[in-house]
Ligand binder design. Structure first.
Ligand code: NDP
Length: 304
């Protein structure tokens, strides 16, 4: 029997594990894919207080080491639901089940697709959701990045260092991401902004040879001659497996305030999977601490 079962081993989940273990609680992390979560896709983290610069990969590795050296356990299984029996939470996975006194949902969010025809077919054959992972395949070639947030801006920056030409396709004429990131791109000779434009179709037989885009102001359609399309239009949560136990908002995020308390007693949440305005590394780590301390207090209450 675990005191705290954490579903998701990204920054929020691993931070929760550190705080859970340090509060003297037996803690288990479950993750379908491996530890690290979204930060693995970030080449350089420069905004985590106290660490001037670190790769996302190294950051995740350090967090993992910190959590497991403190005694947190980790199992690579997909949580598919939670049941309750006699006040115990039973977390069901795709290959077993784990009993816990409390649960922290730190399930993060997944990449939002463009919703274009053949997008799935071309994923891995020209369409990518991770510039850091796949950028090197497009060295010396032309690519399009879709999106106007910091992810798209950073992806364009990474790709500009490898690709011959980078088109940054955004549906408005101003960017959502930081001005500093926009300025860096403006100074790159091989980056071209394609503004007020939305992707219309993926062009190619077995691999991508172009991206059809439509200008939303003029209605004009053009084709960008690219071999790669990097999609960076935000994330979507994936909490439906728990929807019968906890309240979700209309977009599927877990309803919880800064206290990380969900609508179900003994179930807490942390990080990008909960309703919040700012989804950053710092806010994920902070949520992990808050949720773990709340879970520890809940477990102490059961034992009194
Ligand atoms: P965001 O939600 O910030 O941006 C998504 C972008 O995609 C927006 O520009 C949006 O357009 C556009 N978009 C959304 N849906 C569509 C669609 N269907 N078709 C075309 N365009 C679409 O997501 P990010 O992943 O960029 O960032 C998430 C969070 O993580 C943010 O808070 C960001 O600041 C943060 N982040 C921080 C980093 C850092 O500090 N180093 C690095 C990366 C991310 P519109 O603007 O018109 O809504």
């Amino acid at each position: 029997m675990y005191d705290i079962i954490i579903i998701g081993a990204g920054t929020a989940g691993m931070s929760a594990a550190i705080y859970g273990q340090r509060a003297g609680k037996k803690t288990l992390m479950l993750d379908e894919k491996g530890f690290g979560g979204q930060i693995l896709n970030t080449p350089e983290v420069e905004n985590y207080p106290g660490i001037k610069r670190i790769s996302g990969f190294a950051f995740a590795g350090d967090l993992y080491q910190q959590a497991t050296e403190l005694g947190a356990e980790i199992v690579y299984e997909k949580a598919v639901g939670i049941e309750e029996a006699d006040g115990v939470k039973i977390v069901k996975t795709d290959s077993g089940q784990y009993m816990g006194k409390s649960v922290i949902l730190a399930t993060g969010a997944k990449n939002r697709p463009l919703g274009l025809k053949d997008e799935q077919k071309f994923t891995g054959s020209g369409v990518s959701y991770c510039a850091t992972c796949d950028g090197a395949f497009f060295r010396g070639r032309s690519v399009a990045v879709v999106g106007g947030g910091n992810t798209a801006l950073e992806d364009a920056e990474v790709l500009a260092g490898m690709a011959e030409k980078v088109y940054l396709v955004h549906r408005r004429d101003t960017f959502r991401g930081d001005a500093a990131n926009v300025r860096r791109l403006e100074n790159r000779e091989n980056v071209q902004f394609v503004l007020d434009s939305v992707p219309e179709k993926l062009i190619g037989e077995n691999v991508i040879s172009g991206l059809g885009v439509k200008n939303v102001k003029t209605g004009e359609s053009t084709v960008l001659s690219v071999q790669g399309v990097f999609v960076a239009i935000g994330q979507m949560p994936d909490n439906q497996a728990f929807a019968d136990l906890i309240e979700l908002d209309k977009s599927g995020y877990i309803q919880a305030g800064e206290d990380c308390v969900t609508s179900a007693p003994g179930i807490f949440t942390a990080g990008d999977c909960r309703t919040k305005k700012i989804r950053q590394l710092t806010t994920a780590a902070a949520d992990g601490a808050v949720a773990a301390l709340a879970a520890a207090e809940y477990v102490n209450g059961l034992e009194r």
